[in-house]
Write a protein that binds this ligand. Structure first.
Ligand code: GLC
Length: 751
């Protein structure tokens, strides 16, 4: 591709550039010479064309699209699938445009392509990095077989507000768990060689702080302190960049008055300069143009100027760049260097993907890849590990085969709903729902299915009589309730976290028949279960479990798989408690078990007093309904003998914490053992607990095993508002725990 004379010239250019003060932010650009040589040949219009990504669905006619590609005015398309369709556009780009630069084709492959895994919040609930990585490798293989080489995932916005519909797409409330999931997904999608035709470029999104939307209302303002930005919202993105995520997507929200797509502080300075990110930044759908609505840009021209200056390389869908960059250059409002930097990153992405050498997709490939039995097996395994057992009174679960089951609820046999949000290529005909899975496991004569309601928002109780008859003929009720998939995801914020429709009434009816009830919830967010919990003996939170959710649930209900899932997000008693998360600050008046002045305990005409003035609610108290990290098993685990390697250590010295975990139950089980730390006194207040590590332990009944965590500087320090990482001496408390509200505790002094 590179002629000899160009090579000489380019080498000179590279040496010259290295001599300048602005050395490329990352010397890892393995295609530096090729990129520069190609850049030199490009006209300004061709450069701007690379910076434009279009969705054919909103680009006018197919002919206009092909003409634009032919003329080099488009660099990427999204939402085109199928090797045939992609190859056709690719052929135009390669054979008919002046420079033959290939397109990169993107798609939201968020939790699977055709084989759908649990929603990301569910995948996070598995706490199983390796299994999540494997599942995203499968997603990449299936997507790549259909011509997709770039996914707009992982979404790693730390989310602490269940009213926000996009919590479904996140890895929950914790920076460390979100960082682990980010690493798993980036490595799953990209593999160890991005040019492998079965790999796809990942996209860490939405940069940054989108999950902090005020009121949990999507697209809303975010006000994030530098301390929180550095210690909560940025870390998962930093982990993605460390794992060489190929692209990053900006966000719709403004951050402290500056919209994410025009935020030079975080995009150019933190992401590109400080972290050395050498990949490509794409705007979120029209988020550049939306800076006008934000009141941050007067018009498209200013939007383009602000975004390019901020470091956004490619514009998705809106046309601020292609319409305004020439003028902005003429007027000196942006520099050609800014444009060249953006185009270089786009060309680098395409070269890393191997698109110049290998632009086409083998047409028949997908037939043997999509829904491969191994893919379905992984989906089933991950779905079972994602489900969280929240209650299991009298060890009702697992059920014995042959138990007569009344299966009720609007989500027990809804193939579309079970897949969850952000499904473009998953097909409901592939979904294995709960009803046939229970029949297969337990025999048709032992499963009577009466939905009771036809969909989650259904208010029509006409089937309730039938439900009673089914329950009266059965031993146990399995009620599969929750949210239709469309009630979760983008622009699906809810002010109330309650079960929609007449589902609570349906459950009440079931409970009134005096048969034990297993409640299974399929939802894209934590729901308030304060009313429903007392009605039932067991609760399994299944999220939206994907294609194999039915068989996975059957595996758990009959004990073929023992639950190991743990909550990646705190469950509030109700939305009135939000924001509520485990890694909260102590406050000057921390609440404790004895400080709750319950609203019903206050005497009538009580005189003003200052007793019990601690940080809590009179009605809800201060604790959550279920804590972060919580999840039961069919066995029980005992935590004991926590030990620390030394009561006093110097910064940088090795600190080892151990504890003994014993399976005190009757069946083999897997426990996700969590390590939490508290820095008691610091120059900025620190949370009462922070997750710093976790490990999976599988124990036979009666078996004990010692867990061993080494506490490193990285786990004891924190970021100051300016991003400096510090480790400060003082007392540290350490827990080894089953969730954020329990555990065995020790402490040490860091000198
Ligand atoms: C959407 C989402 C983003 C998605 C993009 C393309 O609005 O915010 O997550 O990747 O547009 O579909």
């Amino acid at each position: 591709m590179i002629l000899k004379k160009e090579l000489v010239l380019t080498c000179f250019l590279v040496l010259f550039a290295l001599g300048c003060n602005r050395i490329p932010p990352d010397s890892r650009n393995e295609y530096e010479i090729e990129v520069r040589a190609l850049l030199k040949k490009m006209t300004l219009e061709e450069k701007i064309g690379q910076m434009y990504q279009v969705d054919p669905g909103v680009y006018g006619s197919p002919e206009a699209l092909k003409e634009a590609i032919r003329e080099g005015r488009i660099g990427s398309v999204l939402n085109v699938t199928g090797a045939q369709a992609v190859n056709e556009l690719q052929r135009i780009a390669i054979k008919e445009s002046r420079l033959g630069i290939p397109l990169v084709v993107g798609r939201d492959v968020i939790h699977g392509f055709r084989t759908i895994m649990p929603i990301p919040l569910g995948m996070a609930a598995s706490w199983n990095e390796e299994l999540v990585r494997q599942s995203m490798t499968i997603a990449a293989k299936e997507a790549a077989s259909m011509g997709i080489r770039w996914t707009f995932a992982p979404m790693i916005d730390v989310s602490r507000d269940a009213r926000w519909g996009r919590i479904a797409e996140s890895a929950g409330e914790d920076p460390l768990l979100s960082s682990v999931i980010a690493r798993a997904m980036v490595n799953g999608f990209q593999g160890d060689d991005l040019s492998n035709p079965q790999s796809i470029a990942a996209c860490a999104k939405h940069f940054v702080g989108y999950g902090a939307a005020e009121g949990g209302r999507d697209y809303n303002t975010t006000v994030i302190s530098d301390l929180d930005m550095q210690n909560v919202y940025l870390p998962p993105f930093k982990e993605a960049v460390k794992n060489r995520v190929a692209t990053v997507m900006t966000a719709f929200n403004e951050i402290n008055g500056v919209p994410a797509s025009g935020n030079e502080k975080y995009v150019r300075h933190t992401l590109k300069d400080d972290w050395g990110f050498d990949g490509m930044v794409v705007s979120d759908w029209a988020s550049i143009a939306e800076m006008i609505a934000h009141g941050f840009a007067a018009d498209g021209k200013q939007s383009a100027q602000l975004s390019l200056k901020a470091g956004v390389d490619m514009e998705m869908s809106s046309t601020s760049y292609i319409q305004n960059i020439p003028k902005l250059l003429e007027e000196g409002k942006i520099t050609l260097e800014m444009v060249d930097d953006a185009v270089k990153r786009i060309l680098l992405l395409k070269m890393r993907l191997g698109l110049f050498e290998n632009p086409y997709t083998e047409v028949a490939l997908s037939d043997s890849v999509l829904l491969h039995p191994n893919h379905l097996e992984i989906s089933r395994k991950l779905a079972a590990e994602s489900m969280v057992l929240l209650k299991n009174e009298n060890d009702l679960l697992p059920l014995k085969k042959g138990t007569r089951i009344a299966l009720i609820g609007p989500l027990a046999n809804q193939p579309h709903e079970q897949l969850g949000t952000w499904i473009f290529d998953g097909k409901e005909q592939d979904t294995r729902t709960v009803y046939p899975a229970l029949v297969e496991a337990n025999g048709a004569s032992n499963v009577i299915f009466v939905p009771g309601l036809d969909y989650s928002r259904d208010k029509d109780t006409k089937q309730f009589e039938q439900v009673i008859r089914a329950i009266d003929k059965s031993d146990v009720v399995v009620a599969v309730l929750g949210e239709e998939s469309i009630l979760s995801g983008e622009a699906k914020s809810l002010a109330e976290l309650k079960l929609p429709g007449k589902q609570t009434e349906l459950l009440q009816l079931a409970a009134s028949r005096k048969k034990p009830v297993v409640l299974v919830i399929m939802a894209g967010r934590p729901l308030s279960l304060t009313k429903e919990e007392p009605m039932v003996q067991s609760i399994l939170y299944a999220w939206h479990p994907g294609t194999m959710g039915g068989p996975a649930l059957a595996d758990l209900i009959f004990g073929d798989v023992v639950p190991s899932g743990k909550l990646p997000v705190t469950f509030p008693k109700g939305e009135g408690q939000i924001p509520i998360y485990y890694a909260h600050k102590s406050t000057g008046r921390p609440a404790g078990a004895d400080s709750w002045t319950h609203i019903d305990s206050i005497p009538v005409k009580a005189v003003q007093h200052s007793l019990g003035n601690t940080s809590h609610y009179l009605d809800y108290g201060y604790g959550p309904f279920y804590p972060f990290g919580y999840g039961l098993s069919y066995t029980t685990f005992e935590y004991s003998d926590i030990k620390i390697s030394a009561p006093e250590v110097k910064i940088g010295e090795k600190v080892v914490v151990t504890a003994l975990i014993t399976n005190t139950g009757k069946v083999k089980g897997t426990e996700i053992v969590q390590l939490y730390v508290r820095d008691l006194v610091a120059s900025y207040t620190r949370p009462v607990r922070e997750l710093k590590a976790f490990t999976r332990l599988t124990l036979e009944p009666g078996q004990s095993s010692e867990v061993n965590f080494e506490l490193t500087k990285e786990q004891l320090g924190f970021y100051l508002p300016d991003g400096t990482f510090v480790v400060e001496p003082g007392e540290f408390h350490v827990w080894i725990a089953s969730d954020a509200a329990s555990g065995v505790e020790t402490k040490f002094l860091l000198k």
